[in-house]
Design a protein around this ligand. Structure first.
Ligand SMILES: [Zn+2]
Ligand SMILES: [Zn+2]
Length: 388
């Protein structure tokens, strides 16, 4: 039996999405969200495994009507610690919490696809629908991988998507390789001898050293990155001093480094450390550097990206599939899943909305049926030919 193509209909998707939007929960606190997801999946007869990813992650498994390979589809479910500025009826009801990255929409679209496929499992193989907590900064995908996602739910390939403001609704983008950058953070403390501002020769000027470092580190990025590759360093915090006439004993700088290539990432981390040590030595300062790799780059397999593009190009509701957009210097913890299992992560146009992480952002309800249709087409397309 082939169900109506519109199941669940756009009104149901909107109702689910607005409910998630009104009740945003941040990393690893997605208890209500998780309970709603479980309730909807179970009401549609899906086999559900709960308590994953530190507690709030859920995997639903669905077998097709014929045997075949297994794939995974992933949605992130968390919100952000942002105060929403929108005034519409479905705005956040929780102070300082907001679905400003559209994960309410991602959750809704994967739920919609799971329910539609459960109604008509006319495909060969199995699908694991992965509802992952804590995408924002906390690496919920890494937690799921470390607790055995791919051992417990073996799969040949895993797929993800993100809504993309600025890309027209009805358009999509698929990258053959890197799609989102690796994300490192650092905290750097320079310590010397504080002294009177009128007599800098009696102490050491940590402020001057920190200012020189802020410019010199940009030189490391621009001179050590091959011109055909991309890397960006931003110093985002600069903390020092509290008097007009005192050179402070210490300065703390914080920032982030992003790039795509793991070898370049390692090289830049080494050269930044060398530049910091050399400059600190010149100024007679002690240096403490805490450099942490947070997310690796999100890198699509060209083969799986091509399959996603073919599926999208065959969808009447998708007007255009971009194959040549530059990757984003933003980051995504789906990278941890792609490190362990091949797959691809696509962008679905959110239209002319506010940017991701902006307090005026909202997921575009008009694209929810497209996302549901894409997931279904991917499953039916990939798992009909026993080709994942
Ligand atoms: Zn985000
Ligand atoms: Zn996001």
């Amino acid at each position: 039996m082939t169900p109506p193509a519109t199941y669940p209909d756009a009104a149901t998707l909107k109702q689910w999405r607005h409910d998630f939007h009104r009740h945003p929960e941040i990393a690893f606190e997605e208890h209500r969200t998780s309970a709603q997801i479980i309730e909807i999946l179970q009401a549609h007869g899906l086999e559900v495994t709960t308590g994953l990813g530190g507690g709030t992650g859920v995997v639903a498994t669905l077998s097709g009507s014929r045997p075949g390979p297994t794939i995974g589809l992933r949605a992130d479910i968390d919100a952000l610690p942002i105060e929403e500025s929108n005034e519409f009826e479905h705005r956040s009801t929780i102070a300082g919490r907001m679905h400003a990255c559209g994960h309410d929409g991602h959750t809704t679209m994967l739920l919609g696809a799971a329910c539609a496929l459960a109604r008509a499992p006319d495909f060969a193989g199995r699908v694991h629908f992965i509802f992952q907590p804590a995408e924002e900064s906390e690496g919920g995908a890494r937690v799921m991988v470390e607790e055995g996602l791919f051992e417990r739910f073996p799969m040949e390939a895993v797929y993800g998507l993100h809504n993309w403001p600025g890309l027209a609704a009805g358009e999509a983008a698929v990258h053959d390789g890197p799609v989102m950058a690796a994300f490192d953070v650092f905290t750097l403390t320079l310590t010397g001898h504080g002294c009177h501002a009128a007599m800098p020769h009696l102490g050491s000027d940590t402020i001057l050293a920190a200012c020189q470092l802020a410019t010199q580190l940009q030189g490391v990025i621009s001179r050590e990155t091959p011109a055909h590759q991309s890397a960006v360093l931003s110093i985002t915090q600069f903390h020092a001093g509290d008097a007009f006439n005192v050179l402070p004993e210490s300065v703390e700088l914080r920032g982030t480094v992003r790039c795509f290539d793991p070898a370049l990432k390692a090289h830049l981390a080494k050269r930044l450390n060398e530049a910091i040590q050399a400059l600190a030595q010149f100024h007679g300062l002690e240096v403490e550097l805490d450099y942490q790799a947070r997310y690796p780059a999100t890198v699509n397999s060209a083969e799986h990206a091509a399959r996603c593009a073919r599926v999208l190009e065959a969808m009447p509701a998708i007007r255009r599939v971009h194959r040549d957009l530059p990757p984003s210097m933003g980051s995504e913890d789906f990278a941890f899943m792609l490190e362990h299992c091949p797959g691809a992560y696509i962008w679905l146009g959110n239209g002319d909305s506010a940017a991701l992480h902006n307090p005026a952002y909202d997921f575009n309800d008009a694209i929810a049926p497209l996302g549901v249709a894409y997931w279904q087409a991917l499953v039916r397309g990939l798992l009909t030919t026993a080709d994942t």
